[in-house]
Design a protein around this ligand. Structure first.
Ligand SMILES: C[S@@+](CC[C@H](N)C(=O)[O-])C[C@H]1O[C@@H](n2cnc3c(N)ncnc32)[C@H](O)[C@@H]1O
Length: 242
């Protein structure tokens, strides 16, 4: 079993399957997760952006493409495979990718207008320390926007596959859960919604938005997928301000 979240992506078979799945039409990241992230992030013109667990940095490249006023992007990523791919993705752009674990990275003080993280913080055990580091790395009024797997999912991780119903159990018992995912084994940290919320407040943030990936019809080609996605929440989002 992998020790850090990014170890999973350094096993070739897992990496290939993950990248292949992201290409699927109607994958949950594109239909449910990305639209809410974009909405919460808003305009990035001229902003200095920090992306934790940036993966292949395609999102970073898209954000930079959408701006012509000099936005800057720094991606922090723990997996070698992802770092290699990310460096290719942002080649020639106003961007840098660093190979580091987000819990260990040295966060420069008062540097960023916007910190983001998509589906990576559910790998981290100590969010109190991480959120404090992110807080200090933001400029005054800077914002932190992130998504994680929804706590009803992480409470009782079951093998991945099409979900028809879902058991929620041990919800208030926080800690790592092991999941068989894409043919590999991965550990994800479960914590409750209020615990994410309170960790932000403890770090000094003002929490501004909480979202849960309500399906929006325009992002789905098939009615059937849209209806199925109304059953079980997959993602949680929080946005907060320094
Ligand atoms: C589900 S992927 C999402 C990638 C990207 N944010 C996206 O949405 O396309 C999770 C990413 O977080 C990275 N990751 C997991 N734990 C990490 C850690 N402790 N520090 C840095 N990156 C980490 C993984 O290597 C992987 O690339």
């Amino acid at each position: 079993m992998s020790e850090r979240g990014s170890d999973f992506y350094d096993q070739e078979a897992n990496f290939e399957k993950y990248m292949e799945r992201r290409q699927w039409q109607e994958n949950a990241n594109d239909t449910l997760e990305k639209p809410v992230m974009l909405e919460l992030i808003g305009d990035v013109a001229g902003k200095s952006i920090l992306d934790l667990g940036c993966g292949d940095a395609r999102f970073g490249a898209e954000l930079l493409d959408s701006d012509h006023r000099g936005a800057k992007y720094t991606g922090i990523e723990g997996s070698k495979n992802m770092v290699r791919t990310a460096q290719e993705t942002v080649r020639g752009m106003n961007a840098q990718i660093e190979h580091a674990f987000m819990e260990d990275w040295t966060y420069p003080a008062n540097q960023y207008d916007l910190a983001i993280s998509r589906l990576a913080i559910h790998y981290i055990e100590d969010t109190d320390t991480l959120f404090r580091s992110i807080y200090s790395a933001l400029k005054d009024n800077g914002r932190f926007v992130f998504s994680v797997e929804h706590p009803v999912i992480t409470s009782t991780l079951q093998p991945s596959g099409t979900r028809t119903n879902w058991i929620v159990d041990q919800y208030f018992v926080e800690g790592y859960r092991e999941q068989q995912w894409l043919g590999g084994s991965v550990k994800k940290m479960h914590r409750s919604i209020e615990s994410y919320y309170m960790a932000l407040q403890k770090a000094g943030f003002h929490v501004e938005h909480l979202r849960e990936s309500t399906p929006q019809r325009q992002y789905f080609v098939n009615e059937e997928t849209y209806l199925r996605r109304q059953r079980i929440p997959l993602f949680l989002f929080l946005s907060a301000r320094k």
